[in-house]
Ligand binder design. Structure first.
Ligand code: UDP
Length: 255
C-alpha cells in the first residue's frame, strides 16, 4: 500500500489520501466479510480482481453519461477517485429474487420480477443497515427529494446497461448495490456522482446456462471457489491480466 495517510478503513477497501485535496485513493483488500462482518476471511487476489472489474465497469458507466467518482486505476490494488461526501443510503436494484428479500417477503430464489425493484438501506453498520423508505430519506435529510429522484433514475439506467453488458458475456445480473456521493465544486454547488465500486462483491451474477453463482454468495453460503469465479467474470469481460499479457506478447511476436 502506498505510504499515504489512511482516511477510512472499510471492510473490503481502505480509503487513502489522494495526490490533490479533491481526490482519494481506494485500496482494494483481500478481505471478504458477510453478515455485517460476523464472517470474515482473506481470499488472496480478490482485491486485485475487484480493482480491475470495477475499473472496467466504472469506465463503461462513465461512457454512457452517468457521472462517477472514478478517475483511473493507479496499480494492481489502487484507483484514484474524486473525493465525495457519501450519501448514507445504499441503493439496491433487483431483477430476480435472491438474498435478504427471500426471507423478508417469503419469496422463492430465482423469481423474476416484472420490473426492476429499487430498495433503500441506511448505511449504518451498528444498526445492521436497515431497510428504509423514501420518506425516511427525505424526512431525515439523508438526501433531498430531487437528489433521491436522480439517484433512483441513475440506478435504473445502470441496471439496464449492466444487465445487457453481463448478458452479452453469459451472465444474469440478479441484483446489485450502489452508493452515491456529493462532489462540491469551488462555488459550493454539489453534483451527484456514482461512488464506491461495482464488482462481484456487490452484484449477484449467475451463469446464464447453468445458473451457477459467480459472486460473493460463494463465500456467504460457504460454496467456495470465489476467486476462480471472479477470475472467470474478469476473463469473460476480457480484462484478465494474464490473458492480456499473453495477447500483448503475441502481438509483439507478430510485429
Ligand atoms: N450488498 C452489498 N453490501 C451490503 C448489502 C448488500 O454490496 O452491505 C449487495 C449484495 O451483494 C447483493 C445486493 O446488494 O448483490 C442485495 O443484497 P441483499 O439485500 O440481498 O443482502 P445480503 O444477501 O447481501 O445480506
Amino acid at each position: 500500500m502506498s505510504k499515504k495517510k489512511i482516511l477510512y478503513e472499510g471492510k473490503a477497501k481502505t480509503i487513502l489520501e489522494g495526490p490533490t485535496p479533491d481526490t482519494v485513493i481506494q485500496y482494494f483488500k483481500d478481505d471478504a466479510t458477510a453478515n455485517n462482518a460476523e464472517k470474515h476471511s482473506i481470499i488472496n487476489g480478490k482485491g486485485v480482481l475487484n480493482n480491475s472489474i470495477s475499473d472496467f465497469l466504472m469506465n463503461r458507466i462513465n461512457e454512457i453519461g452517468i457521472p462517477t467518482h472514478y478517475i483511473k486505476k493507479l496499480n494492481m490494488r489502487e484507483q484514484l477517485v474524486r473525493k465525495v461526501e457519501i450519501i448514507p443510503v445504499e441503493f439496491v436494484v433487483r431483477n430476480i429474487a435472491a438474498g435478504s428479500i427471500l426471507k423478508r417477503l417469503g419469496l422463492k430464489e430465482g423469481r423474476v420480477f416484472s420490473r426492476p425493484l429499487i430498495e433503500h438501506y441506511l448505511k449504518k453498520d451498528e444498526l445492521g443497515d436497515p431497510l428504509i423508505n423514501e420518506d425516511h430519506i427525505v424526512n431525515f435529510e439523508w438526501a433531498t427529494r430531487d437528489e433521491l429522484d436522480e439517484m433512483n433514475e441513475y440506478g435504473l439506467r445502470i441496471n439496464d446497461f449492466l444487465r445487457g453488458l453481463f448478458l452479452g458475456i453469459g451472465l444474469k445480473l440478479i441484483d446489485f448495490k450502489i452508493e452515491f456521493g456529493r462532489y462540491y465544486s469551488d462555488d459550493g454547488n454539489s453534483i451527484l456522482l456514482l461512488a464506491d465500486e461495482i464488482s462481484p462483491d456487490n452484484c449477484r451474477l449467475w451463469d446464464v446456462s447453468t445458473n451457477h453463482k459467480m459472486d460473493k454468495d460463494l463465500f456467504r453460503q460457504d460454496i467456495g471457489g470465489l476467486k476462480e469465479a471472479y477470475q472467470e467474470v474478469a476473463d469473460r469481460l476480457g480484462i484478465l491480466p494474464e490473458k492480456k499479457k499473453y495477447s500483448n506478447a503475441k502481438t509483439e511476436i507478430v510485429k
